[in-house]
Design a protein around this ligand. Sequence first.
Ligand SMILES: *Cc1c(COP(=O)(O)O)cnc(C)c1O
Length: 421
Amino acid sequence: MTSLSTRERAQLLADSIAGKFPDARGRFGPYGGRYVPETLIPAIERLEAGLRVHLGAPDFQRELADELRNWVGRPTALTHARRLGARWGADVWLKREDLAHTGAHKINNAIGQALLAKRLGARRVVAETGAGQHGVASAAACARVGLPCTVYMGAVDMERQAPNVGRMRLLGAEVVPVTEGDKTLRAAVDEALRDWVADPLETYYLLGSAIGPHPYPYLVRELQMVIGREARAQMLEQAGGLPDALVACVGGGSNAIGIFKPFIADPSVTILGIEAGGRGAGLGENSATLALGRPGVLQGAYSVLLQDEHGQIQETHSVSAGLDYPGVGPEHALLQAAGRVSYEMASDDDALAAVKECCEAEGILPAIESAHALAGARRWAAAHPGKRILIGLSGRGDKDMPTLQRTLIAQLEARAQGARS
Ligand SMILES: *Cc1c(COP(=O)(O)O)cnc(C)c1O
């Protein structure tokens, strides 16, 4: 979208702030929309009509607020990270989604959609999962509202994320291995869509990020905006003002859009989305969709994606499973085109170093996904000394113990052994 003029960019931003996106066609400016087979249209239109009736309705909002408070554990804390700030030469604040039930922001979306599924009269829920975090959140939310849940998961991912498969089964979900395609998240989304088409009246598809065909990017954003609304009020109260910079990690983009959106209209707030830079900028070495990708259609929406010169979707890599996806939500593509949000990368190594630093300085073990935001914020702080920074800490790192054991902890143990001998 580099071809946009300054005026066109300003118009996109003004329309975004005015709440014009998504428009009637489900578009965020040039992005978004609905690129799905004809067979899916009735199901999607039913969902959209259902949203119009229920999402803003006072009794739905009351029920959702009650679950968020008493089951998810909201509002989550805003923590003044004083020792991290002293190291960086900045005033650092962490929005603690790691404290939410099941350990990350994903539950905000899962419980919202599960409640919606009930209202729409669904008899069962299907979901996809990559690393298993959205699967666990969906299984928990479905148990809470009393709906059976089927989770599609790539066979490769099931092997890599065995503990989450166990958690989903404990929570009563049926986990179905997907052996088609790349046997990971992308194939799992396709399978879940196929299941939904087969029975769109009785089945509800609970999508896990701000991606996919309209109205999902909108629905997920609305459900995740609770993060940014809380954070904005907490910053004003606890920090005495808005942040100079706001930073969050971006996979599909749900935690980021949720925390960004309530700050978009504040021109004094610099906003940074941090993608997985992996091992480098080479083909297949990262998952930095907006930093390195090009426009195209993936899984129901026109957005930006990682593709080779023939338009083939690229293999991706990231040390954090939750960021390892070749696409990104269409509203982020818009915010990049409008020049409102900058999308940058943090490498695997930067993220792992940030995990360790956050543990040591603050006594918080962040998810490796969230550590990408920490690494990006640290870099911004170095270039802008003395500023106030708000970081979206999307989840906790307990789920990452197998990866951390192989990397950071192995290094620590080797060092300790070296010291002893
Ligand atoms: C899944 C996940 C992400 C990435 O998903 P988004 O939709 O980009 O937010 C980030 N952080 C954590 C902890 C996750 O589990």
